[in-house]
Design a protein around this ligand. Structure first.
Ligand SMILES: [Zn+2]
Length: 98
Protein backbone atom coordinates (compact mmCIF):
# COMPACT_ATOMS: atom_id res chain seq x y z
CA UNK A 1 0.00 0.00 0.00
CA UNK A 2 1.38 3.37 -1.07
CA UNK A 3 1.50 5.99 1.72
CA UNK A 4 1.00 9.65 0.87
CA UNK A 5 2.86 12.19 3.02
CA UNK A 6 0.51 14.37 5.10
CA UNK A 7 -0.86 17.73 3.93
CA UNK A 8 -3.24 19.92 5.88
CA UNK A 9 -6.06 21.30 3.71
CA UNK A 10 -7.44 24.74 4.49
CA UNK A 11 -10.69 25.63 2.72
CA UNK A 12 -10.81 29.00 1.01
CA UNK A 13 -14.25 30.50 0.43
CA UNK A 14 -14.72 31.15 -3.28
CA UNK A 15 -17.84 33.33 -3.24
CA UNK A 16 -19.88 35.54 -0.90
CA UNK A 17 -22.25 32.73 0.06
CA UNK A 18 -19.33 30.58 1.19
CA UNK A 19 -17.72 33.52 3.02
CA UNK A 20 -20.92 34.28 4.92
CA UNK A 21 -21.67 30.77 6.21
CA UNK A 22 -22.05 30.61 9.98
CA UNK A 23 -19.95 28.07 11.87
CA UNK A 24 -21.00 25.38 14.30
CA UNK A 25 -22.98 26.23 17.41
CA UNK A 26 -21.88 23.44 19.69
CA UNK A 27 -19.20 21.40 17.96
CA UNK A 28 -15.65 21.16 19.30
CA UNK A 29 -13.27 23.85 18.00
CA UNK A 30 -11.41 21.43 15.74
CA UNK A 31 -14.56 20.35 13.87
CA UNK A 32 -14.58 21.94 10.43
CA UNK A 33 -10.78 22.16 10.20
CA UNK A 34 -9.83 18.49 10.01
CA UNK A 35 -9.53 18.32 6.21
CA UNK A 36 -6.34 16.71 5.03
CA UNK A 37 -4.59 14.77 2.29
CA UNK A 38 -2.41 11.78 2.97
CA UNK A 39 -0.80 10.89 6.25
CA UNK A 40 -2.91 8.78 8.58
CA UNK A 41 -6.70 9.00 8.77
CA UNK A 42 -7.98 10.63 11.97
CA UNK A 43 -10.67 8.05 12.54
CA UNK A 44 -13.47 9.09 14.90
CA UNK A 45 -14.88 5.60 15.46
CA UNK A 46 -11.81 3.40 15.08
CA UNK A 47 -9.65 2.09 12.27
CA UNK A 48 -11.52 1.03 9.13
CA UNK A 49 -9.17 0.81 6.15
CA UNK A 50 -10.97 -0.80 3.20
CA UNK A 51 -9.63 -3.48 0.89
CA UNK A 52 -9.65 -2.97 -2.90
CA UNK A 53 -12.54 -4.84 -4.53
CA UNK A 54 -10.39 -5.61 -7.57
CA UNK A 55 -7.04 -6.83 -6.17
CA UNK A 56 -7.83 -7.49 -2.53
CA UNK A 57 -4.99 -5.29 -1.23
CA UNK A 58 -5.46 -2.73 1.52
CA UNK A 59 -6.24 0.67 -0.01
CA UNK A 60 -4.16 3.83 0.43
CA UNK A 61 -5.61 6.62 2.53
CA UNK A 62 -6.01 9.54 0.15
CA UNK A 63 -7.67 12.12 2.36
CA UNK A 64 -10.45 13.17 4.68
CA UNK A 65 -13.06 15.92 4.35
CA UNK A 66 -14.63 17.47 7.40
CA UNK A 67 -18.13 18.77 8.03
CA UNK A 68 -18.50 22.42 6.97
CA UNK A 69 -21.01 23.86 9.45
CA UNK A 70 -24.35 23.02 11.03
CA UNK A 71 -26.09 23.21 7.63
CA UNK A 72 -23.53 20.97 5.91
CA UNK A 73 -22.81 18.52 8.69
CA UNK A 74 -21.74 14.97 7.83
CA UNK A 75 -23.85 12.78 10.14
CA UNK A 76 -23.00 14.05 13.68
CA UNK A 77 -19.99 16.32 13.05
CA UNK A 78 -18.37 13.55 11.06
CA UNK A 79 -15.96 13.25 8.21
CA UNK A 80 -15.69 11.52 4.83
CA UNK A 81 -12.59 9.36 4.39
CA UNK A 82 -11.47 8.48 0.88
CA UNK A 83 -9.23 5.54 0.00
CA UNK A 84 -7.60 4.72 -3.31
CA UNK A 85 -5.97 1.71 -4.89
CA UNK A 86 -3.19 3.19 -7.01
CA UNK A 87 -2.85 -0.09 -8.93
CA UNK A 88 -6.52 -0.52 -9.93
CA UNK A 89 -7.71 3.12 -9.77
CA UNK A 90 -10.56 2.13 -7.51
CA UNK A 91 -11.90 4.44 -4.83
CA UNK A 92 -13.90 3.90 -1.67
CA UNK A 93 -15.24 6.50 0.73
CA UNK A 94 -16.65 5.97 4.18
CA UNK A 95 -18.23 8.21 6.81
CA UNK A 96 -17.48 8.19 10.51
CA UNK A 97 -19.07 10.50 13.04
CA UNK A 98 -19.52 11.06 16.75
ZN1 LIG B 1 -6.56 -2.77 -6.30
Amino acid sequence: MKKIPPFQLEPKALNDEAKSLPGFKWADDEVGSRHKLGGEPDFIQGEDIPVCEDCGEQMSFYGQLDSINDDYCIADCGMIYTFLCFDCNTVKSIIQSN
